[in-house]
Design a protein. Structure first.
Length: 324
């Protein structure tokens, strides 16, 4: 084969390769378009079914109308999700009818029977749906999942839903169910214990006497400030003398929130705390509570080595009406 013939063959192969590449690209684009079209059609059908399901549930709430085809074709999870969505839109008597509808159709038991065998994400979705529905059956199911589900994320979500429904269990149950002695303490844990606090002051006081990690002890001490119970001041005073900085800070936050003058006797000494963060928060607490007896000490703190403490001291002096 001569050199020109070889060149021609190479040129033909290059053209053929280019054509195949163009064809492959066109085929890929076609597949992507078809897939997107299928997804959009599926989404539109799901939205239409959801609307039909919602209308049928609303029509059946009084208990006189039978459920329709959309309800019969829906899974227990879809039915409960529709009820949960409706519960955010209705109030009063209609909300009570929704709860009765769930009980009448055993939706809670049917959903739980299926979700126990499924992955964690599906069980979390079921927990959220139960939290949206409310009612005695849903609360009982959430409490059971809080105590017994094998996955911590599910138990944590169950606790959040119970807090939303004002049905949290005792503090000791919450502590054990969420493995709080073994996991890092998060803002959600603080929110849960603050929600619990107004109804569980005695339990929190008992927990405050137990030995825990500094972070968990700080969580409990912080919650004491949300009890609105002045009998917790003694425990907060004890916490203010803790060797752990985060516990002393929690005591300051709780004492400031309770805002009882008796807390001043242990808040003012914290103005001389070796930790700058505690000194700064103590100055802020004195300003919030109007503790003018602390003013001379706070004025001297305007020369503190910590810039943060000096800033808080200046603010506290201004708030307490001290010298500029």
């Amino acid at each position: 084969m001569t050199l020109p013939n070889i060149a021609d063959q190479i040129a033909r192969l290059a053209i053929l390769g280019s054509l195949w590449g163009t064809l492959a690209m066109a085929l890929l684009l076609l597949i992507l378009v078809m897939r997107r079209d299928r997804k959009e059609r599926s989404r539109a059908a799901a939205e239409a079914n959801s609307r039909s399901l919602t209308r049928e549930i609303m029509a059946a709430l009084p208990g006189t109308e039978p459920t329709g085809e959309a309800y019969r074709d829906a899974s227990p999870e879809q039915r409960l999700a529709a009820v949960s969505h409706l519960s955010r839109l209705v109030r009063g008597e209609d909300r009570a009818r929704l709860t009765a509808f769930v009980d009448r159709h055993d939706l809670v038991d049917r959903v739980l029977a299926k979700t126990r065998r499924r992955r964690t994400a599906r069980r979390v979705d079921a927990v959220r749906a139960l939290g949206g529905v409310g009612g005695a059956q849903a609360i009982a199911a959430l409490q059971d999942m809080l105590r017994n589900d094998r996955a911590l994320p599910v138990r944590l979500e169950a606790a959040a839903m119970l807090a939303r429904l004002e049905a949290l269990p005792p503090a000791t149950v919450l502590l054990d169910a969420l493995s709080l002695e073994d996991v890092p303490i998060t803002p959600l844990h603080h929110a849960l214990f603050r929600a619990l606090a107004p109804h569980r002051a005695d339990e929190l006081l008992k927990l405050a006497q137990r030995r825990f990690t500094p972070a968990l002890r700080a969580l409990i001490v912080d919650a004491l400030g949300w009890t609105d119970d002045y009998s917790t001041l003694g425990a907060l005073e004890e916490a203010s003398r803790s060797p752990e900085t985060e516990v002393r800070l929690a005591a300051l936050a709780a004492g400031t929130r309770l805002n009882h003058p008796a807390a001043g006797k242990w808040i003012e000494p914290l103005l001389a705390d070796p930790e700058q963060g505690v000194r700064a928060q103590a100055a802020r607490a004195c300003a919030t509570m109007g503790l003018r007896s602390a003013l001379p000490t706070i004025e001297r703190m305007r020369r503190d080595p910590s810039r943060w403490v000096r800033l808080r001291a200046h603010e506290a002096v201004a708030a307490l009406g001290g010298t500029a």
